[in-house]
Design a protein around this ligand. Structure first.
Ligand code: ZN
Length: 325
């Protein structure tokens, strides 16, 4: 995924702080050593003086100066190491100690993002998805068919709910596996408690683990951000950032569409959001209690025709699982 400017800056700030911290801690260690072993400070000062002296010799044409200095440096290093050891310090006590030795806490190795950068990116993606905690419990590895009815067939389908859910599971897996190449949009419909939200959580987790940026919002919070952005009664940088991120992220999940307070503003913003993401070729997953005809009545023809034309509609069946529990 591509990071937005503010995300990139947030990550780079972490690296800057880390480098600052590394240096600060090294200074503390150095002070401690100087206090306990003053000889080390003398050795270091002396090395500085010698380096200048040898450089002058080199400039004067004395070719032996280079190897003399190397010899001197080596001796001094050995003495320093012996001193540290004698006083019970680890050999690398005066070196910089990096969180990530590979990139030395810069985030980059030879101009490319370090592995630790991806880790930071992942943390940020999770933090911005609004889902950090719930995804530990709700993901594909926790998918359990036992909770679905395996006796009665779904009217019109030659499958029980449990059988049908296996199919739904494999559709969701296909969606996740082909996401980077194909993208696509899904809408889960069905009454309360049939597992719509659980499925959207599974998809969110699987895609975030592939470093895709996912934003998860209940429809109420989504339109809240839209109206704050539009009417600017909370003119925060955050709202604007979030608004852009909603339009740009790899996957937007709108949970429980239809439960928000509907009005013409909501309807037009929903169209804008859905359409804008289609134009940008970004994926959207919606869950809703509404049927397609209810969606058309609640919003508009143009909203429902975009959804019917561009989304894979996955109806879910069965009884309220929450009530059964
Ligand atoms: Zn690194």
């Amino acid at each position: 995924m591509s990071l937005s400017n503010s995300q990139y800056q947030a990550i780079m700030r972490i690296y800057n702080e880390r480098q600052y911290q590394d240096k600060y801690e090294q200074d503390l260690r150095r002070q401690e050593v100087y206090e306990k072993i003053p000889r080390i400070r003398m050795l270091e000062d002396e090395l500085g003086t010698q380096a200048v002296r040898h450089a002058r010799r080199l400039l004067d044409g004395d070719e032996a100066a280079g190897s003399d200095l190397r010899q001197y440096t080596k001796q001094m290093r050995e003495e320093k190491a012996a001193l540290l050891e004698a006083f019970g310090f680890p050999a690398d006590y005066l070196e910089m100690h990096y969180h990530c030795p590979e990139c030395r806490d810069t985030g980059y190795v030879e101009g490319k993002r370090c592995r630790c950068f991806r880790k930071e990116q992942m943390k940020l993606i999770y933090a911005q998805s609004n889902l950090e905690e719930v995804l530990e419990k709700e993901n594909f590895s926790r998918f359990n068919y036992d909770i679905y009815d395996d006796r009665q067939k779904i009217p019109g389908l030659d499958l029980t709910v449990a059988q049908y859910m296996r199919q739904v599971h494999s559709w969701c897996m296909d969606f996740v596996e082909n996401f980077e190449e194909k993208g696509g949009n899904l809408i889960f419909t069905g009454s309360t408690g049939v597992g719509k939200t659980f499925l959207t959580h599974c998809i969110a987790k699987a895609l975030m683990d592939k470093y895709q940026s996912v934003v998860y919002l209940s429809s109420g919070s989504l339109f809240d951000i839209f109206s704050k952005n539009k009417f600017r009664y909370e003119p925060e940088e955050n709202t604007q950032d979030m608004y852009q991120y909603i339009l740009e992220c790899d996957l937007l999940i709108i949970d429980d569409l239809g439960t928000e307070l509907n009005n013409s503003f909501v309807s037009s913003q929903l169209f804008y959001c859905i359409n804008e993401r289609l134009v940008r070729e970004k994926s959207t997953v919606i869950s809703t209690n509404l049927s397609m005809s209810m969606l058309r009545d609640a919003y508009s023809d143009r909203v429902s025709s975009r959804i019917v034309g561009q989304y894979t509609i996955i109806p879910l069946y069965g009884k309220d699982l929450r009530a059964q529990k």
